[in-house]
Design a protein around this ligand. Sequence first.
Ligand code: ZN
Length: 290
Amino acid sequence: MSIRTLLLLLIAVPAVVIGGAVALGIKFPIPDWGREYVLSFVIAEEPPAFSLPEIEGPDDPDRPLVVIDAGHGGRDPGSVSGNVREKDIVLAIALALRDELLANGGIRVALTRDEDKIVPLADRPEIARQLGADLFVSIHADSAGELDEISGASVYTLSSEASSEAAARFAARENNADRVNGLIIEGQSDEVSAILVELSQARTQEDASEFASLITREGRGEIEFHPTAPRRSAALAVLRAPDVPSVLFESGFVTNETDRTRLTSEEGRRQYAKVLERAIRVYFARRLET
Ligand code: ZN
């Protein structure tokens, strides 16, 4: 049998069988599945992107709330020098700061992470926003590669260009559904929303700058700051909340021996925590006065 005959049979036989059956009025049973055969997954209305951390401290919502953010975590170790990893150091400082704040009372505290785990960058300021935080402190440690003489802490705030850009983006994103610093932007035109967010952002940045200055003031003589640039600004995603004053504290360089010793010792970490705690208390005390 040639290939051609075989192909002809393969096509012709079913055609004749089906054609004959149709001609004779025989009906093939066709399963009626309706839409049941479509696999459907039930997706929650709005699945929360992350679970909010617990708020510790006084059970009084009027007390100021600070969100402490230990940088990196999980498979992101941050800066590394030998067996010293930024993610461990900054978590230890964050926990020390929490303990210091809770021990002396009056301030509520939440941590974006209290263990070695990944928290996406964008979630960190969002956690602070959703908890209604009054202040956000992100704690990091730096690396200078081979330049092991570079040392000292520095405090970052959001650069003004990044700040306006973030405000514009935020206004676009949150236009219909939010309030910023008590300003209701829902139902406002895009232009008005953008202006309101810009104003809110400007005030937030002023507060952040003041807090950053307090850290350098309270830290003077206590911890070593970067000799030329203890205060900096940069386009840091973690500082982009338009309504929560936010700073990023670079505690020191894991690549510098003196810094590394301080960063890895309990006593050294308590020193950092105490400086940050005092700056936080002064910051909130000033707000109670006005
Ligand atoms: Zn870092």
